[in-house]
Design a protein. Structure first.
Length: 283
């Protein structure tokens, strides 16, 4: 029973928070008073921790405070043991958990303050392009295999492009000159990020600046040469604040959190004495 409760306490508090408690400045080992229910080698176990664990492990209001406190005491003893044997210095998982806890604590301050409606509207106005509906393109392609050589495939692509310029439809040029199978491009307008997943970066870059109706120069990608045509373009459209509000707030919080973390690291670097080896790489 005791070990099961300890596991629940540890899971509820989290390894990172427990280790953060291990480096708490120790106080007197004398009488326990105030908010503490116990002291473990000078580290206080606050009553608020008991209440938090009661809520997190689902214990009812009648759960004995002494039992929950005993679990926290055992946890603190194990955390102090982990520090004593050097896990904080040597164990990568422990160090990552501590870093994550420090970051979470910094971000929690941003979350607690939160943005005002006016701040969000100003942020949306300043970064309107970030929340716009992305540009969408409908693209057709003709593929030319390179089994007879890349130069021959390019010549066939150039012949197909010349035929289209002379009035042949792009679909007919595909039938006359192209090889099967071609690219699996849906006959629909697609956002550029989706198009990039379908075509790959080389072909997507080739159509990004292509005016609708025009045909690209032959483009080599993989084991084929391709001609591309933009059939239809839907330009990016601004999104109203109301439609983008959730995304605006998420991005506002992300940037404020990054700003807060950068400020914390700047302050910590300024307060620390950091000495680099002569041959150490510098940021």
């Amino acid at each position: 029973m005791k070990h099961g409760l300890l596991q629940g306490v540890a899971a509820a508090c989290g390894l990172a928070l427990a280790l953060a408690g291990a480096v708490t400045v120790r106080g007197s080992d004398g009488a326990v008073g105030g908010d503490a229910v116990a002291r473990v080698n000078g580290v206080p176990i606050p009553r608020s921790a008991v209440d938090r664990v009661r809520g997190q492990v689902g214990a009812g209001a009648g759960a004995a405070e002494a039992v929950l406190a005993a679990g926290l005491v055992d946890e603190e003893l194990l955390v102090q043991r982990a520090v004593e044997i050097g896990l904080v210095d040597a164990d990568r998982d422990v160090r990552k958990a501590l870093v994550r806890a420090a970051i979470d604590e910094t971000l929690r301050g941003v979350a607690d303050r939160g943005p005002t409606e006016a701040a969000l509207r100003a942020f949306h106005a300043e970064h309107a392009a970030l929340f716009a509906t992305p540009r969408r393109l409908c693209v057709r392609s003709i593929s030319f295999g390179t089994r007879e050589g890349a130069d021959a495939a390019v010549r066939r692509a150039e012949a197909a492009a010349a035929a289209v310029a002379a009035g042949l439809s792009f679909a007919e040029a595909d039938t006359r000159y192209g090889d099967r199978p071609g690219l699996p491009v849906p006959d629909d307008v697609l956002p550029e990020p989706v198009l990039r997943r379908v075509l790959g970066p080389t072909l997507t870059d080739a159509v990004r600046m292509l005016p609708p109706g025009t045909v690209s120069a032959p483009v080599r990608s993989g084991d084929a040469v391709h001609l591309l045509q933009v059939v239809k373009e839907e330009p990016a459209r601004p999104a109203s604040f109301e439609a983008a509000r959730a995304a605006v707030e998420a991005e506002w919080r992300r940037r404020r959190g990054q700003d807060a973390l950068d400020a914390l690291l700047t302050r910590l670097r300024a307060q620390a004495r950091i000495v680099h080896a002569a041959d150490a790489p510098r940021p």
